[in-house]
Design a protein around this ligand. Structure first.
Ligand SMILES: NC(=O)c1ccc[n+]([C@@H]2O[C@H](COP(=O)([O-])OP(=O)(O)OC[C@H]3O[C@@H](n4cnc5c(N)ncnc54)[C@H](OP(=O)(O)O)[C@@H]3O)[C@@H](O)[C@H]2O)c1
Length: 280
């Protein structure tokens, strides 16, 4: 039987209509949390709402499109207008291999995987602080280690590579930087941050890879249930109380190295994020 350690807590999980986000939402609902499924399609979220309700859990759909900063702002404001506390925000939504720019002219991976979630998070900080003790879990990736150069100018241009992998890795390094800087800025507030790599998971993330390669690759990947474990652990484990701004994989802390540990770049991204999102 699942523990009921999340009773009385409200948890928002972005990108929870499928993949790691869906498992995270379902597991936390089973443990007693009221889960807010922050997704762009209510229709695609319905099976998750029904599955959680069928097990006696509580879940609501909350509209969120991370590719458009105005829409992110509306989503956060709609949440704040409810005046309800938020104990955990799991920034899980993300995409890979989709080229172009967002509504605001940012490279697609950077905009959807970093800038949209960053604005959502910054706007929701008051609701998180109001609880006295809250967590922000940022689903990054070990792909961040593949970045050899963090080019700020490229963030405002369309995806340059054919696969989009380079841009995906940059967006995941941005998740690592943001989580750490945010943790530092929130020190003493009761709100703590966690960045993590979930593993290489057979989710829908690989939908742009042609079918025969995709099914072959998936043979070597872990399931969504297995992959969601580290983010659920970051969201709930009592051992992580008060710990902030760190990076994890396989439910263990992993030290950041190389570019991942570059404080000047992390601070540079923080400043630009505040100015690009208008969250300053
Ligand atoms: N799978 C892996 O091996 C792996 C490895 C390392 C890190 N990660 C990270 O894990 C996280 C979850 O990915 P996953 O593997 O579970 O992928 P997934 O199955 O493709 O799920 C991604 C989720 O993000 C949502 N999303 C995409 N664009 C969005 C937007 N513009 N606004 C709001 N939501 C949006 C998707 O919604 P729609 O259904 O509407 O598109 C979906 O719910 C991502 O941040 C990813 O980078 C995954």
């Amino acid at each position: 039987m699942a523990p009921n350690d999340m009773v009385g807590k409200t948890v928002m999980v972005t990108g929870s209509n499928t993949g790691l986000g869906r498992v995270t939402a379902e597991v936390l609902a089973r443990r007693g949390a009221r889960v807010v499924l922050a997704n762009r399609s209510e229709e695609r979220t319905r099976p998750v709402l029904e599955a959680i309700a069928a097990e006696g859990g509580t879940a609501n759909f909350h509209p969120l499109d991370l590719s458009d900063l105005a829409s992110v702002r509306r989503s956060a404001e709609a949440w704040l207008a409810r005046g309800e506390p938020l104990h955990v925000l799991v920034n899980n939504a993300g995409l890979a291999g989709q080229r172009g720019v967002t509504a605001d002219g940012f490279e697609r991976h950077f905009g959807v995987n970093h800038l949209g979630p960053a604005l959502l998070t910054l706007l929701l900080v008051p609701a998180l602080r109001a609880t006295g003790e809250a967590r922000i879990v940022n689903v990054a990736s070990r792909a961040h280690k593949r970045v050899s150069r963090f080019d700020f100018d490229a963030l405002q241009r369309p995806t340059a590579t054919t696969t989009g992998f380079r841009e995906y890795a940059v967006s995941k390094l941005a998740n690592v930087y943001f989580s750490r800087e945010l943790g530092r800025h929130l020190e003493g507030s009761g709100v703590t941050t966690y960045a993590l790599h979930p593993g290489v998971v057979a989710s829908d993330l690989w939908r742009k890879i042609p079918w025969p390669f995709r099914s072959l690759m998936k043979l070597f990947m872990v399931t969504n249930d297995e992959g969601a474990k580290t983010q659920i652990w970051c969201a709930t484990d009592p051992a992580l109380r008060g710990v902030t701004a760190r990076y994890y994989a396989e439910s263990r802390e992993v030290p950041l190295q190389g570019l991942g540990d570059d404080e000047a770049l992390a601070k540079g991204l923080w400043e630009r994020t505040l100015s690009w999102t208008g969250a300053r």
